[in-house]
Design a protein around this ligand. Structure first.
Ligand code: ZN
Length: 126
């Protein structure tokens, strides 16, 4: 008798576990959906000499400034703000890169020919 009782309670515990798993799965699916719906913002790619040197998240609310001299030997700075990215404080003769300003949409480009550097934006959501 005691063994049958043990089996029954084990079965109930099993059902409780499965119910919890189902709830968790539904919750994580809902979170995933919400995340995709809201989007994580775009990604900026830094190109140097035609090669991908770094990527930066342009997630909303993220702010970052970087000096590219230390990492890449380029007399340039980049700023990330409000889901956009730009070159600033760049040592180059034409300043076209700086004049481009912030870019944030899929396919937008900021190029600095003298420094052989470019920023591009990739946004899966378009
Ligand atoms: Zn430039």
């Amino acid at each position: 008798m005691s063994s049958a009782q043990g089996k029954r309670s084990a079965g109930m515990a099993g059902r409780a576990v499965w119910a919890a798993v189902a709830v968790l799965a539904a919750a994580s699916a809902a979170m995933l959906w919400a995340r995709q719906e809201r989007g994580q913002g775009a990604t900026a790619v830094l190109w140097i000499d035609g090669a991908e040197a770094a990527t930066f998240s342009l997630a909303p609310g993220r702010e970052e400034k970087a000096d590219l001299h230390e990492a890449y030997g380029l007399p340039m700075h980049i700023e990330i703000k409000d889901g956009a990215i730009r070159f600033y404080d760049v040592a180059c003769p034409d300043q076209i890169c700086v004049a481009t300003g912030f870019i944030s949409r899929d396919g937008e480009v900021a190029v600095c020919m003298p420094n052989r550097a470019a920023l591009t934006v990739v946004d899966e959501a378009g």
